[in-house]
Design a binder for this molecule. Structure first.
Ligand code: HQG
Length: 185
C-alpha cells in the first residue's frame, strides 16, 4: 500500500508517461485512445530505480484514488482520460450541456478574452460540466477566474466538443464570442 506522498508522486510519473512523453520511455500507446497494456506501463515504471518495488495493485491504487479520475483501466489496458500533449487522441463528438465552465487565472484573462481559449500545451481545451473541476484547474496558477462557455454558440461557430467522462469536456479552440466571465466568481 503506497502512502499519500508516494501515491501523488507515482501519479505524476504516470501522467508524464500516459499524457506527455511516452516515446521518451519507449512506451507504445494506442494512437486512437492513448491506452497501453498495464503490464507494459508497470515494466517502464519499475525500471526507474525509485519505483522498483511497485506492483499492479499500486497502480490500481493510484487510479482508484484519483479524485479527478485522471486514469481509466479497462480489462488489461490503462489510459489517461484527458490532458494529453503527446498526440491528438480520438474522442466521440458529443452534445454538451448548454453551458460549460473553464477555470483559469487572472493573468491569462486579457489574452483569453481577446483571442479565445486555446489548448496551449495540450491537444484540446479542457472544460467541465461542473464548477468544482474548473475551480481545481484554474486555482493552480494564480487567482482563480471562472469562465462560462456557451456551447450552443460554439457549435454554431463550428467548434466540436468531446466528452472525456466524469464531467470533463474537451474542445477545439473556442472563439471569444462563446466565452464570458462567470458573474458570480
Ligand atoms: C490558459 C489539470 C492565454 C488556460 C487541470 C490555462 C485540468 C490561455 C492554461 C487539466 C489561453 C493552460 C487541464 C489564451 C487558454 N491565452 N492563456 N488564449 N487559452 N489559456 O494546464 O485547462 O490535475 O494546459 O486557461 O486540473 O488549466 O493534471 O490546461 O490556464 O483538469 O489531472 O492556458 O489539467 O488536471 O493550462 O488544465 P493547462 P487547463 P490534472
Amino acid at each position: 500500500m503506497l502512502n499519500q506522498a508516494a501515491e501523488a508522486s507515482l501519479s505524476k510519473f504516470m501522467t508524464k508517461l500516459l499524457r506527455h512523453t511516452p516515446a521518451e520511455y519507449g512506451l507504445p500507446l494506442d494512437p486512437e485512445d492513448g491506452s497501453c497494456l498495464l503490464k507494459d506501463l508497470l515494466s517502464i515504471v519499475t525500471a526507474d530505480p525509485k519505483w522498483t518495488g511497485i506492483t499492479q495493485a499500486d497502480i490500481r491504487q493510484v487510479v482508484g484514488n484519483s479524485g479527478k479520475q485522471r486514469f481509466a483501466i479497462q480489462e488489461e489496458r490503462i489510459r489517461a482520460r484527458y490532458g494529453h500533449s503527446h498526440a491528438k487522441l480520438t474522442y466521440e463528438p458529443g452534445t454538451p450541456p448548454p453551458v460549460l465552465y473553464h477555470g483559469t487565472h487572472q493573468a491569462a484573462l486579457p489574452a483569453i478574452l481577446k483571442e479565445g481559449l486555446q489548448p496551449t500545451g495540450r491537444q484540446y481545451v479542457h472544460l467541465s460540466a461542473g464548477l468544482h473541476f474548473a475551480g481545481l484547474a484554474g486555482s493552480r496558477r494564480g487567482k482563480l477566474v471562472l469562465l462560462t462557455v456557451d456551447t450552443v454558440k460554439a457549435a454554431q461557430m463550428g467548434v466540436t466538443c468531446y466528452y472525456a467522462g466524469n464531467e470533463v469536456w474537451l474542445a477545439e479552440p473556442l472563439p471569444p464570442a462563446c466565452i464570458a466571465l462567470r458573474e458570480e466568481q
